[in-house]
Design a protein around this ligand. Structure first.
Ligand code: BGP
Length: 468
């Protein structure tokens, strides 16, 4: 649809930016914090670990001041479960509680709306040792953790996100470093974990509404429109399969409280349907999100399955299709360029994705991640000329405006990332931030913060509320 006149961004649009605890905070074992699965996972050779990252834990005041200078209206960050409950459950850690109290207060003092992700990949290791998400007790541990957060911070935090990219943990857990499944039926175990997370999310949404009637809560999967590799009907069917398994399984459950039929058929075929206990589906059906948060980096393209192991390929990276034997296989899209890490760049696909989600669920949307990972270069004068990042973000923001004009209700955009941090599996040389952090992969240097060119660009854009 070609619009003659574009709608303006809404007046109180959340121009924000995102981070996650384990990727930005550092201080991995400070002040009583317990280890998470990420802390205990092997480090990808050639990349830094997550012990210090950007040391935001010690720099949070300076960082929030910079976020305010950037003009952020909202800041999306995650709480490290292991700072609050070092062992996942049991004794609360007052120093961990204090850190987030301070951070939230600092944000509020600068008029920045805190948007809190409850869980972003970093399950407490103590829970993992008892089976992690395969163990149903983790559902209760999560529900208790959520209730604790609502009680602790609910007087100041209005926007809550349940679980970051549950779908990526399931489909790309190897790359992210979160996957742990039993040997005898790994797929069933994986989807049992998935069921437990869906149930945990439902309990979190219900508890939030009970404890904080004025707060809003939603899921935060990674959603992308899926293209067929050609107009061959078999390819179109493969795209529909992929979309059900990658996207709608998660949102259908969050919004409607039911298993998507195509995803369920896929699980049946593989003898991987989860065990569902009595009452689970009632809880799922009665839990309702107030909005949908989603992360978007790229679209995915798939072709009809060849029916053998050749369906599975690639690196397993979050944005590169792995393929499912007999269901679909990854294909590359000749119409799109790629970033330095092989992720396809597709701003128009972003508009498609926004439209598809809104048409399906009719809930307000907030984009909680979008951005360009790149090897930034510090010039002799200290500046960082990240025009490639500006171009990427501007192109995606343009598509939000088109989607708004299409009638999609979008209330915020929080690109990844507010400040440089450590990538899930590609180290800290893959940078995303508006703010540069002076450290290398293995040399922590002085951690000095500096503003990239994109910082000034985003600041000007926010000041004009996205208008050109
Ligand atoms: C998403 C995650 C983030 C973030 C981002 C960029 O999948 O939610 O935690 O890291 O992707 O990915 P990466 O760090 O792999 O470059």
């Amino acid at each position: 649809m070609q619009h003659k006149k574009l709608k303006d961004f809404p007046k109180n649009f959340f121009w924000g930016a995102s981070t996650s605890a384990y990727q930005v905070e550092g201080a991995w074992d400070k002040d009583g914090k317990g280890p998470s699965v990420i802390d205990m996972a092997p480090v990808v050779p050639g990349t830094t670990d997550f012990k210090v990252t950007s040391d935001h834990y010690h720099h949070y005041k300076e960082d929030v001041k910079l976020f305010a200078e950037l003009g952020l209206k909202a800041y999306r960050f995650s709480i490290a479960w292991t700072r609050i409950f070092p062992h996942g459950t049991g004794e609360i850690n007052p120093l961990g509680v204090a850190f987030y109290n301070n951070l939230i207060n600092e944000l509020k003092a600068h008029n920045i709306e805190p948007i809190v992700t409850i869980y972003h990949f970093d399950l407490p290791y103590a829970l993992q040792q008892k089976g992690g998400w395969s163990n149903r007790d983790t559902v209760d541990a999560f529900a208790f953790y959520c209730e604790t957060l609502f009680e602790l911070y609910g007087d100041r935090v209005k926007y809550w996100l349940t679980i970051n990219e549950q779908n990526m943990m399931i489909l790309h857990g190897d790359a992210i470093g979160t996957k742990s499944v039993t040997a005898e039926n790994p797929e069933k175990d994986l989807y049992q974990q998935n069921h437990h997370m869906l149930l945990a999310q439902a309990k979190a949404m219900k508890a939030c509404h009970e404890i904080l009637p004025h707060a809003k809560i939603g899921p935060a999967p990674n959603i992308s429109a899926i293209y067929p590799a050609s107009s061959k009907p078999e390819d179109v069917l493969a795209a529909s399969n992929c979309s059900a398994i990658r996207n709608w399984l998660y949102l259908d459950m969050a919004v409607y409280g039911r298993y998507n039929n195509i995803a369920w058929a896929f699980l049946e075929e593989r003898n991987a349907t989860p065990d569902i206990q009595e009452g689970d589906m009632e809880i799922m059906a009665s839990a309702k999100p107030d909005f949908i948060a989603f992360n978007y980096y790229s679209t995915q393209t798939v072709a009809a399955s060849s029916g053998d192991a050749s369906d599975r390929g690639s690196t397993g990276d979050q944005q590169i299709v792995v393929g499912e034997i007999g269901v679909y296989k990854g294909a590359s899209n000749p119409n799109l360029s790629k970033n330095d890490f092989g992720w396809e760049i597709d701003p128009v696909g972003f508009r498609n994705t926004l439209r598809e989600i809104y048409e399906r669920y009719a809930l307000p949307l907030i984009v909680t991640e979008n951005g360009l990972g790149a090897f930034d270069k510090v010039e002799a004068d200290g500046s960082i000329q990240d025009d490639y990042r500006i171009n990427y973000l501007q192109a995606h923001i343009d598509q939000i405006q088109l989607a708004l004009t299409d009638g999609v209700d979008v209330f915020g955009f929080c690109p990844w990332s507010a400040i440089d941090l450590v990538s899930t599996h590609q180290g800290c040389s893959k940078r995303y931030g508006f703010i540069h952090v002076n450290r290398d992969e293995f040399d922590l240097k002085d951690m000095k913060r500096s503003k990239k060119k994109s910082f000034f660009w985003y600041n000007a854009l926010i000041a004009k509320n996205g208008a050109k």
